[in-house]
Design a protein around this ligand. Structure first.
Ligand code: CO
Length: 212
């Protein structure tokens, strides 16, 4: 039987020791409450951990991850996390962070049958269909893949802005701001897609609740 799981428990002991050396009251303080300013919607990919790649500490980012960082409106897990983040934690920023080389996006680009997973991938395939003209126009397959990753993030940010309780927050103030980012596995750099939004003006009319 592989004992490699013990590496995690040993690692935990080392981490606690190191953390206490640097900040003796770290756990005492953090155990009282959490007040993260950010909600991170990212990919489950093991190479894209929210706090590490942003050099942040535990307590700073509320996190939801799934295959290909999707915002699916029938996903009660995701919606509950977003609701809690927006209504109770009052996060100021929601970041959808995709990553180049995403296996989920790659799978959705192709025609391979992935069994049960196909149902999840369909949501990503829908994004391809929405941007078929642009994507089919990119001859280089790697460049097309990179662009598909970006467009998928753009659509997930749009999908977040269609959520009624987010629109409700915008009626009362400027938060939460929604952002779209893409992380590069090759150099560790995050690219801001500059699609930050906190209003419904760019949304199709049918998605705008209580429009005045
Ligand atoms: Co991925």
């Amino acid at each position: 039987m592989s004992e490699s799981y013990k590496n995690l428990l040993d690692g935990n002991k080392q981490w606690v020791k190191k953390t206490l050396e640097e900040k003796p009251d770290f756990f005492q303080e953090l155990s009282k409450d959490q007040k993260p300013e950010y909600l991170w919607i990212g990919c489950s990919d093991s190479r894209v951990p929210a706090t590490e790649i942003t050099n942040m500490l535990p307590g700073s980012i509320f996190v939801q991850r799934n295959i290909a960082n999707m915002v699916v409106h029938t996903d009660s897990n995701l919606l509950s996390v977003v609701y809690y983040a927006v209504k109770i934690l009052k996060v100021k920023h929601i970041i959808v962070c995709g990553h180049y080389g995403c296996g989920g996006v790659k799978a959705a680009m192709g025609n391979e049958d992935f069994g049960y997973l196909n149902n999840w991938l369909l949501h990503i395939k829908d994004v391809y269909r929405m941007h078929e003209k642009e994507l089919d126009g990119i001859e280089d397959e790697h460049l097309r893949f990179d662009r598909f990753v970006e467009l998928n993030v753009v659509e997930q940010v749009h999908d977040l802005s269609k959520v009624s309780f987010i629109q409700e927050e915008w009626k009362n103030g400027e938060y939460p701001l929604l952002h779209g980012w893409v992380y590069s596995l090759k150099d560790g750099i995050i690219k801001d897609l500059d699609i930050t939004t906190n209003n419904i003006s760019e949304l199709g009319k049918v998605y705008q609740y209580n429009r005045k």
